[in-house]
Unconditional design. Structure first.
Length: 134
C-alpha cells in the first residue's frame, strides 16, 4: 500500500549531486528538468531529474533503469499529482523512452528530506508538497 510519505533505511539515490544544499532538512522543491544520464559504473542506463528549491538551490536525482529501483517511481507518483494509468505499458528498451516517461513529472512540486550520510547529503524521504504544481 503506497502512502504520501515514503521512507527507506537506505539513501534513495547514492549518486545525487548537491548544489547549494548544505544542511540536512526538509525542503520544498519543484522538478524542473529531466535528461538522459550516462551509463553508471555497472553499465545501467538512467535518467536524472533536477529538483530546485524556491530560492534556487538544486539537486540532481538519478533514476536507474533497473527493476530493483522501480519502486522509486512509485514513491514519486505517490507524492505528486502524476497518474500512471493501470494497464499502460512502456517499452524502456526503446532509446529515450525512460526519459520520456519520467518527463511527465517536470513541473510537479514535492518536499524532499535530506540527511547527512558521512560526508554527503542524501535524499531520505519524499513527501507531498504544500502547494500545487506551477
Amino acid at each position: 500500500n503506497v502512502t504520501g510519505v515514503q521512507t527507506c533505511a537506505l539513501p534513495i539515490c547514492a549518486e545525487a549531486e548537491i548544489k547549494g544544499f548544505s544542511d540536512p532538512g526538509t525542503y520544498n522543491v519543484a522538478i524542473v528538468a529531466c535528461k538522459e544520464a550516462p551509463l553508471d559504473k555497472n553499465g545501467d542506463g538512467g535518467v536524472v531529474l533536477r529538483y530546485r528549491s524556491d530560492d534556487g538551490r538544486s539537486i540532481n536525482d538519478r533514476f536507474s533503469l533497473k527493476e530493483t529501483m522501480l519502486w522509486r517511481i512509485n514513491a514519486l507518483a505517490a507524492v505528486t499529482n502524476v497518474e500512471v494509468p493501470d494497464g499502460e505499458s512502456f517499452d524502456f528498451s526503446v532509446p529515450g523512452a525512460f526519459t520520456d516517461f519520467l518527463s511527465r513529472w517536470v513541473g510537479q512540486r514535492l518536499k524532499i528530506t535530506l540527511e547527512q550520510d558521512g560526508q554527503y547529503l542524501r535524499i531520505r524521504r519524499l513527501e507531498k508538497a504544500d502547494s500545487e504544481p506551477f
